[in-house]
Ligand binder design. Structure first.
Ligand code: HEM
Length: 307
C-alpha cells in the first residue's frame, strides 16, 4: 500500500509561513500533541476540500528531542538526530533547537495566516514560538539575491524518489527528513558586485537562469559545490523574506530528503569546502542563523500519534 505522505513533494507556492516551536520545560505536553496531530489532519483535509485551487497545505516535522520527550515509537527514524554544527575555516552552519516545524503553503495568504493562528492557539500553553518567517514568491521564483531559485529541483516521480524514505527504513517509509536554515544576506555587499561577479558566485546567468558551462563555472560557485551528483538530490522550497526597517533580508532554506546524508554532504561542501578550503562563495554574502533537522511522519503515523 502506498504510504499516505504529507505534502512533501508539492511544488513551490506563492505564500509560506514557516514556524519553529519548542516545548516548555517541566510540562505535560502529550495531550496537546495528540490534539495537534488531529488538527494537522483536519487542516489538510479541510484545505483540500475548501481551497483545492490554492494548493494549500501544512507539513509538520518533529525534532529528535521532541520525539524522545513525546515517547514516539522506537527505534527512531534511522537518521533522526540533533543537527550538529558544521564548522568551516571561515563560515559555520550553526545548529539551533527545534521541537516542531510547520511549513504552511498556499496561494492565499489568508489561509497561511489562519493555519498559523490555529496552531498557535493550541500550542502556546505548552510551547514557545522561537521562529516565524513569512516568505513570499519574489517575481519569477527568485531569491532575494535576484537569481531564480529551484530550477535544478527534481521533477515528476524523482520528487518522491529523492524526498521520501523507501524500503531502507520500512517502519518509516513515506516519511521524509526536513532540514531548515534561516539565512540573512548582506545585500549591501551583494549589490556592490557587478552582475558578472554575482553570476560567478551562483554559477548561473542572472537574467535567463542558464547554467554556466563547466569550463566557465568557478569551482567555488554555489551550484558547483551544492551539486553532489545526479543520484543525490533533495527537494528544496526556499522562500525569500525581507524587512527593510530591521535590515533583515534573507532566504529560508528548506529541503526534504529521503536521506539526511545527502543534505550533510552538500553542507560540508559548502561550509568546509571541496577540496577543504574551497568553500561556497555564496556564504560570503549569506549567514546561517539557524539550522535544524526534523522528521516528517506520514498522515497515517500522525493519525496513530493522535490517539
Ligand atoms: C541551487 C540559492 C542554500 C542546495 C541553487 C540556485 C540558487 C540557490 C539561486 C540555482 C538554481 C537552482 O537550481 O535552484 C540558494 C540560496 C541559499 C542556498 C540563496 C541560501 C543562502 C543552499 C543550501 C543547500 C543548497 C544550504 C544544501 C544544503 C542547492 C542545490 C542546488 C542549488 C542542490 C542545485 C545544484 C545543481 O544541481 O545545479 N541554490 N541556495 N542551497 N542549491 Fe542552493
Amino acid at each position: 500500500m502506498k504510504p499516505d505522505s504529507q505534502n512533501v513533494t508539492d511544488y513551490t507556492n506563492n505564500n509560506t509561513i514557516f514556524m519553529v516551536w519548542n516545548f516548555k520545560d517541566n510540562l505535560q505536553v502529550d495531550d496537546v500533541f495528540k490534539r495537534l496531530c488531529s488538527l494537522i489532519i483536519n487542516l489538510n483535509n479541510s484545505a483540500n476540500v475548501r481551497f483545492p485551487v490554492s494548493r494549500a497545505s501544512c507539513v509538520m516535522g518533529i525534532g529528535y528531542d521532541a520525539w524522545l520527550r513525546l515517547q514516539l515509537p522506537q527505534p527512531l527514524p534511522k537518521e533522526l538526530v540533533n543537527f550538529a554544527p558544521i564548522i568551516g575555516e571561515k563560515h559555520t552552519a550553526v545548529a539551533s533547537k527545534g521541537d516542531l516545524h510547520f511549513h504552511i503553503r498556499s496561494d492565499a495568504p489568508s489561509w497561511c495566516y489562519d493555519i498559523a493562528s490555529a496552531i498557535t492557539d493550541l500550542l502556546s500553553s505548552v510551547a514557545d514560538s522561537v521562529d516565524e518567517v513569512h516568505g513570499f514568491r519574489y517575481w519569477d521564483s527568485r531569491s532575494i539575491l535576484g537569481f531564480v531559485d529551484g530550477t535544478e529541483n527534481p521533477h515528476g516521480q524523482d520528487r518522491e524518489l529523492f524526498s521520501l524514505i523507501g524500503a531502507e527504513d520500512p517502519e518509516y517509509a513515506g516519511g521524509s527528513y526536513l532540514f531548515v536554515q534561516k539565512y540573512l544576506h548582506n545585500l549591501t555587499a551583494w549589490k556592490n558586485l557587478s552582475t558578472e561577479q554575482q553570476e560567478k558566485v551562483i554559477g548561473r546567468y542572472k537574467a535567463n537562469d542558464i547554467e554556466m558551462a563547466d569550463d566557465v563555472k568557478p569551482a567555488n560557485s554555489h551550484i558547483a559545490l551544492a551539486n553532489v551528483g545526479d543520484d543525490f538530490k533533495i527537494v528544496r522550497d526556499n522562500m525569500p523574506f525581507g524587512n527593510m526597517s530591521t535590515n533583515e533580508m534573507g532566504t529560508y532554506f528548506i529541503a526534504y530528503a529521503s536521506t539526511f546524508t545527502t543534505v550533510n554532504k552538500m553542507l560540508s561542501n559548502m561550509f568546509i569546502g571541496s577540496p577543504i578550503g574551497n568553500y561556497d562563495r555564496i556564504l560570503d554574502f549569506s549567514t546561517a542563523t539557524t539550522g535544524a533537522l526534523f522528521f516528517v511522519p506520514t498522515f497515517d503515523m500522525i493519525d496513530a500519534f493522535s490517539s
